[in-house]
Design a protein around this ligand. Structure first.
Ligand SMILES: *Cc1c(COP(=O)(O)O)cnc(C)c1O
Length: 427
């Protein structure tokens, strides 16, 4: 599907049925696969031949959906995982080990922050967090001899900062390290990080890709652009024989475009087992078929609501990268000229109490921890996810008590604005 536009790829990439085959992607709901001889199966175990033997490692439905996501991102190979958390862990752990160091943007999803700052630290992997606004010099200063990856989010959840991918890629490559970008919020419909220098792209497919709040999942895509063999001593897991796979050297046997995902599947999926269910992959593919239509509407609704909120006296601050005057407006226009996502955050006068009352007043927007759903939802971190923190701590963390994060769905924008208007007027 190489020459088709992204809208067509959303609908038709991945599964391409032959004559008389099912029109919709078949759900291969099978843990295992049958072979006539042990020899035939042995070849699969040795990675001598392509095929399926156990769905913890690979499943045909999952592979077709992963291939679609890889095409959308413009990568050479992809894989699905059971969640976005698993995707980010796999992306990092596939090239890091005890004694490694990561440079990560501090504006990232809370779960990923915890994964890197706490859990991976326990595994002996160190991190230096940098501001997403770090200058070239500040970025360069964060690297150490043992740095093996740079990580950031294209649009950060929930900070809504925009990553200067070119700047981060330049710093990463100057230190012979790949850049990993979590592209969950804009999706490849609005931003393709590989085109700007990212080497690995990850997703929580739970969000816009699924888009209907129906299945938790994740994905990884390799650009095929990072030359592991040129930095042989830094990435031994890819460039020296793997004893647990009969001495295969991934970068030699599967080349620059296939090594990363093959190793991630053969080692990490085998040992850690974060496989997505084929049923979930089917639901994800349904979401992908309309992703380009939905993202346009999410971004339009997000902008309309950001503009409305910006003009309301009871709202003291609005963050939305595509809103004129936003700190990230120029970066948003550069990387995402057609729009980003539908998540808006804003502060209401009167703090925690006003935010709580406002959300109670809303009729269309439900209170959920979720984002990126077809249905509009909102959250006040101070009274939910961050309720253990004092007002002062919240302020310091950049999450003031009156902050509301709203994920604009696919409803009519006028209905959403009327709902906001009545909820704010009643304060
Ligand atoms: C939700 C989210 C994750 C985690 O994904 P899960 O599917 O919930 O495990 C990672 N990154 C970003 C940007 C997210 O929004």
């Amino acid at each position: 599907m190489g020459n088709y536009r992204i809208n067509t790829k959303c609908v038709q990439s991945g599964y391409r049925p032959g004559n008389g085959e099912p029109r919709q992607i078949p759900i291969i709901q099978s843990t295992t696969f049958k072979y006539d001889t042990s020899e035939a199966m042995g070849k699969l175990f040795d990675l001598e031949e392509n095929g399926y033997f156990y769905s913890r490692l690979q499943n045909p439905t999952n592979d077709l959906v992963a291939a679609k996501i890889a095409e959308l991102e413009g990568g050479t190979a992809g894989m699905l995982t059971s969640s976005g958390q698993a995707a980010n862990f796999f992306a990092l752990f596939n090239i890091c080990e005890a004694g490694s160091h990561i440079v990560a943007s501090s504006a990232i999803y809370g779960g990923t922050f915890n994964l890197i700052a706490v859990t991976m630290k326990k595994m002996g992997i160190d991190v230096t967090f940098v501001s997403p606004d770090a200058t070239e010099d500040e970025l360069n200063a964060a690297f150490k001899d043992n740095t093996r990856a740079v990580f950031g989010e294209s649009i950060a959840n929930p900070a809504l900062t925009v990553l200067d991918i070119e700047r981060f890629a330049k710093a990463a490559h100057a230190h012979n390290v790949p850049l990993i970008v979590d592209n969950t919020f804009p999706t490849p419909v609005h931003l393709r990080p590989i085109e700007w220098g990212a080497d690995i792209v990850t997703h929580s497919t739970t969000k816009y890709m699924d888009g209907h709040g129906s299945a938790v999942g994740g994905a990884l895509v390799d650009s095929g652009n990072f030359d592991w063999m040129a930095h042989k001593d830094m990435y031994k897991g890819l460039t020296t024989p793997d004893d647990s796979y009969h001495g295969i050297t991934y970068a030699e046997k599967f080349g620059q475009g296939g090594a990363f995902i093959t190793k991630c599947t053969a080692q990490l999926m085998r040992d850690l087992g974060c496989a997505q269910s084929p049923q979930s992959a089917f639901l994800l593919n349904l979401g992908l078929e309309s992703l380009h239509v939905r993202m346009k509407r999410h971004a339009e609704n997000g902008l309309c609501i950001a503009e409305y909120l910006n003009s309301n006296d009871k709202v003291t601050k609005v963050s939305f990268p595509h809103l004129k005057g936003d700190r990230y407006y120029d970066l948003a226009q550069k990387y995402m000229p057609k729009g980003g996502c539908g998540v808006v955050s804003f502060e209401i006068e009167g703090g925690r109490e006003a935010a709580e009352k406002f959300m109670k007043n809303l009729k269309l927007a439900a209170i959920e921890t979720h984002v990126a759903d077809a249905r509009t939802c909102c959250l006040n971190p101070a009274t939910s996810t961050h309720r253990q923190m004092t007002d002062r701590q919240l302020e310091e963390a950049g999450i003031p008590a009156g902050l509301v994060r709203m994920s604009c769905g696919l409803e009519d924008k006028d209905d959403l604005i009327e709902d906001l208007d009545q909820a704010l007027s009643a304060l």
